[in-house]
Design a protein around this ligand. Sequence first.
Ligand SMILES: [Zn+2]
Length: 183
Amino acid sequence: MNRWGKLFAPLVVVAVLMGGLAVPGQAAVSEDEFILTFPHRDAETHFLSEFGVAKPDGRIHRGVDLFATRGTEVVAGADGFVQKAQRGSRAGLYVVLTHGDGYESWYIHLGSFADGLQVGDPVAAGDVIGYVGSTGNAAGTSPHTHFEIHKNGRAIDPYRYLKDAFERWILSRQIEAGETPFR
Ligand SMILES: [Zn+2]
């Protein structure tokens, strides 16, 4: 990167993040763009772009694994309804939420559900739906939530939604804590 690139790249990042906070629902996003709330209440969560990668058993990884401390709160990624809250042999405890415009979010290998969570319940973005664990075929692995986004019945790559949601959440925490020069 040249000298000007070094100078301006951080400014562009801040401008983009501020723009995303200042004008929710406007600007660069299209009308039906899915805006995700980061699904873990743990700023140390780590995750990689790994959608579509073949697993050792030959199946394709249809989501992104969010690694965090066991017991971390897992929250609804958007407003919607609880479509499933059940146990599967591979998925372990899992929740599926339905949202508008054909979107669903999936939260797999949970350690436990939030108290009282029921199929059909409405949820708001950020509501606790469960806790990080390693149930199903994740037993023996580091605790993580296998997270998927589906659009019109098909899994789509959730990585850019997660990255964007994580950056917005971290920035909002910094603003609340007075750690940023702009308010
Ligand atoms: Zn996974």
